[in-house]
Design a protein around this ligand. Structure first.
Ligand SMILES: *[C@@H]1O[C@H](CO)[C@@H](O)[C@H](O)[C@H]1NC(C)=O
Ligand SMILES: *[C@@H]1O[C@H](CO)[C@@H](O)[C@H](O)[C@H]1NC(C)=O
Ligand SMILES: *[C@@H]1O[C@H](CO)[C@@H](O)[C@H](O)[C@H]1NC(C)=O
Ligand SMILES: *[C@@H]1O[C@H](CO)[C@@H](O)[C@H](O)[C@H]1NC(C)=O
Ligand SMILES: *[C@@H]1O[C@H](CO)[C@@H](O)[C@H](O)[C@H]1NC(C)=O
Ligand SMILES: *[C@@H]1O[C@H](CO)[C@@H](O)[C@H](O)[C@H]1NC(C)=O
Ligand SMILES: *[C@@H]1O[C@H](CO)[C@@H](O)[C@H](O)[C@H]1NC(C)=O
Ligand SMILES: [Cu+2]
Length: 251
């Protein structure tokens, strides 16, 4: 958050005792919260634009033109021992916070949209080795509730629905929360994690439109950076905000 937040927001963070960021380290499937990095690709330590081995695992990622924008910092391939969660199409998968300066039970406090994408792993190819350089489609988006309120604020998790007609198979599932209200252009924060899932169900749908990362987002997208003046929190004019990237495929 260095040099990137309006004073009013910083003040409200300090009032809440919140000093840092967070990472979605686990998912909820079938109602149960699973282990840290059990089904989610481990993030490396680092700051802002690159892995550096010195900062925290839960710092956001900033560079929308780098391959780390797919699955988060250093998560282009999976760490050893990651598992794949079987998920029934039509059910929910939540990305649950599990690491922050305040420990595992931090709640979401960044104002911003939550989104989820899927990328199919071709039959016979291993999810573990898949770098996410293929096509992605957006399956869900959690927009503002009204002019002033993001529904994610205060929750521990972002919940997304796997469309009922999603073609069965193995997917990288990309969950992200975007904080587009930095005081400076080109400092939008992305909280990204990718889970390994195996979708089961009848299939029958034709997902699309497709997008690739990098490529899906542009620094000039109005949703990537929403300028706020100092002290302008809570926001006053959120209605109409649509998250960056392609439209949602509902199945
Ligand atoms: C995740 O990455 C961190 C930082 O590099 C490392 O310390 C940790 O052992 C890794 N955890 C897993 C489950 O791979
Ligand atoms: C969720 O429930 C389905 C149906 O019972 C099961 O096949 C699947 O393994 C469960 N997934 C996880 C991650 O527990
Ligand atoms: C899935 O999530 C949506 C949105 O949060 C919720 O309305 C719905 O009840 C959930 N469905 C299940 C089966 O938990
Ligand atoms: C986080 O919350 C869970 C559920 O309430 C609890 O079991 C766990 O001990 C908490 N973790 C910490 C580090 O406080
Ligand atoms: C937005 O929704 C929140 C939560 O329901 C409510 O407290 C607030 O008054 C609403 N704001 C507007 C402008 O309707
Ligand atoms: C955005 O910021 C990064 C990191 O400082 C920099 O490398 C990049 O050139 C910037 N992009 C633009 C278009 O200014
Ligand atoms: C609210 O935002 C829209 C663009 O999203 C803009 O056209 C409009 O002028 C804004 N309204 C106010 C009162 O700031
Ligand atoms: Cu933060």
């Amino acid at each position: 958050m260095k040099n990137a937040l309006p004073l009013g927001f910083v003040a409200s963070l300090l009032a809440n005792g919140a000093l840092g960021h967070y990472a979605f380290t686990r998912i909820r499937v079938n109602g149960t919260v699973t282990g840290h990095w059990q089904y989610v690709r481990n993030l490396t330590t680092g700051y802002e634009y690159s892995p550096d081995g010195q900062h925290t695992q839960w710092a956001p990622y900033y560079d929308i033109y780098d391959e780390n924008i797919r699955c988060g910092r250093g998560a282009a391939i999976a760490h050893p021992g990651i598992e794949t969660a079987t998920v029934i199409a039509g059910e929910n998968v939540s990305f649950v916070i599990g690491a922050s300066y305040e420990g595992e039970n931090r709640t979401i406090y960044h104002e911003g949209v939550g989104q989820a994408y899927l990328s199919y792993v071709e039959d016979g190819k291993k999810l573990e080795d898949y770098r996410g350089d293929g096509d992605w489609f957006k399956i869900d988006e959690i927009p503002p509730l009204n002019q002033t309120k993001w529904p994610l604020l205060g929750l521990r998790e972002m919940t997304f629905t796997i469309p009922k007609t999603t073609p069965p198979g193995k997917y990288l599932m990309r969950g992200e929360q975007v904080f587009p209200f930095s005081s400076q252009w080109n400092t939008t924060q992305f909280y990204i994690s990718c889970a390994h899932i195996n979708v089961v169900g009848p299939g029958g749908g034709t997902p699309g439109p497709m997008a690739r990362f990098p490529g899906a987002y542009d620094l000039f997208d109005p949703s990537i950076w929403v300028p706020h003046v100092v002290g302008d929190f809570p926001p006053k004019n959120l209605t109409g905000y649509i998250g960056p990237g392609p439209s949602v495929w509902k199945g």
